[in-house]
Design a binder for this molecule. Structure first.
Ligand SMILES: *Cc1c(COP(=O)(O)O)cnc(C)c1O
Length: 381
């Protein structure tokens, strides 16, 4: 898909037509259920001629969001859920059940790591986590009961770019499904479904929504898997509310504009910080797509920097345990996203006190660079 057509499609994502009043924006169907004029009408829901019955099962706003993200990922179907984690859970459960095994990357987002190692494990889903930098290690982790290979297109916080093509090839050879969390890259940069991945998940709380005002998730992919994932969302009660779906949908229209500006700002900041004496190392991808390299920059501060002082000297840049909003923020992985990891797991992933993750916003690049440089300079001991 060309950049132009993506930029146009992301804006023209209104799917529900309000037949009565022709509203320009999709109305919010803030209702728990839909009514029926007689029993024939009720019966028509079950024959598929009437689309809506009960919001936990189906609602125009949540449907619209699922279809929009599917459209942006060039996948045939999608379902929205109450959070990124619940979308990921629905996706995994559409493929694996008790007694099955998952091979997952060891550097997954903390919440997903917890989901797999604690919650899904308690349902009897087995897992092995290995470094996905080494495809041979992935292959060796496959067992007779393995059903799924799970990873992220860009990892957190060190921004390792996944070899999606290599994984898809391996999975296909071994008859396994693949699922990729595409939250950091967004479909603006990468579309894993078009590379052969079976399911693509998003924490829409992040770039799809984009304004830090909603918690939501979406999983997209093959129709049969999404039908199954939808049954999990309905049956486990992890549906998204209509208003949150509407907010996410509204935010999604500016995805291309935001990602363009945020990626460009991040790239400029990454090069500026490479030259900074207070920064030991800058983690920023070498290559993601022709459109950019993403809007997250992770730095390892030099031990000459006083950390308390750095976090106090950030001025208008706030500390926030999230990413992807229009405002630049910083997060501290060791105290937030990776807090639940054991010391050994943290060491393996490489997270220590000096690692700080920067989520770059849409402000002026010059201002972002100046503020970070000042916070570092002011904090050198
Ligand atoms: C935030 C995030 C999640 C979890 O999403 P929630 O909306 O918080 O449930 C999953 N994966 C990645 C990469 C994330 O950044």
């Amino acid at each position: 898909m060309s950049e132009k057509s993506f930029n146009t499609r992301v804006v023209h994502n209104k799917i529900n037509q309000d037949q009565a009043l022709n509203s320009k924006a999709t109305p919010i169907y803030q209702t728990s259920a839909f009514t029926f004029k007689d029993l024939d009408h009720l019966e028509s829901y079950y024959s598929g001629d009437t689309p809506y019955l009960y919001t936990r099962e189906n609602n125009p706003n949540t449907d619209e969001l699922g279809r929009t993200v599917a459209n942006l990922e060039a996948a045939p179907a999608g379902v929205a859920a109450s959070s990124g984690i619940s979308a990921i859970m629905a996706g995994i459960l559409s493929i694996a059940e008790s007694g099955d095994h998952i091979v997952a990357a060891e550097d997954l987002y903390g919440g997903t790591h917890h989901l797999i190692t604690k919650q899904l494990a308690s349902f009897g889903i087995e897992y092995t986590m290995v470094s996905f930098s080494d495809l041979e290690a992935v292959e060796q982790a496959i067992k007779p009961n393995t059903k799924l290979i799970y990873t992220e297109s860009i990892s957190n916080p060190f921004l390792r770019v996944e070899d999606i093509e290599g994984l898809v090839k391996l999975a296909k050879e071994r008859g396994l499904k693949t699922m990729v969390d595409n939250t950091f890259a967004t479909p603006y940069l990468l579309q894993p479904y078009t590379m052969g991945v079976d399911l693509v998940a998003h924490s829409a709380t992040k770039y799809i929504g984009g304004h830090s005002d909603v918690t939501s998730g979406v999983v997209v992919g093959h129709e049969d898997l999404i039908d199954n994932a939808k049954k999990k969302v309905i049956g486990l009660g992890t549906n998204l509310s209509p208003f949150e779906a509407w907010l996410t949908q509204r935010g999604s229209k500016t995805l291309a504009l935001r990602m363009k500006q945020q990626s460009s700002n991040a790239e400029q900041l990454a090069s500026a910080l490479k030259e900074d004496e207070g920064v030991e190392r800058v983690y920023y991808p070498e290559q993601v797509s022709d459109r950019g390299k993403g809007a997250i920059v992770t730095i390892k501060l030099n031990q000459s920097v006083n950390l308390e002082s750095f976090f106090k000297s950030l001025g208008w840049i706030k500390i926030a345990p999230t990413l992807a909003g229009v405002e630049t923020t910083v997060s501290y992985p060791i105290r937030t996203s990776h807090r639940s990891l054991t010391d050994e797991e943290r060491d393996k992933v490489g997270i220590d006190d000096y690692v700080v993750r920067l989520s770059i916003g849409i402000e002026e690049a010059e201002d972002i660079i100046a503020q970070f440089k000042k916070a570092i300079t002011d904090s050198i001991k």
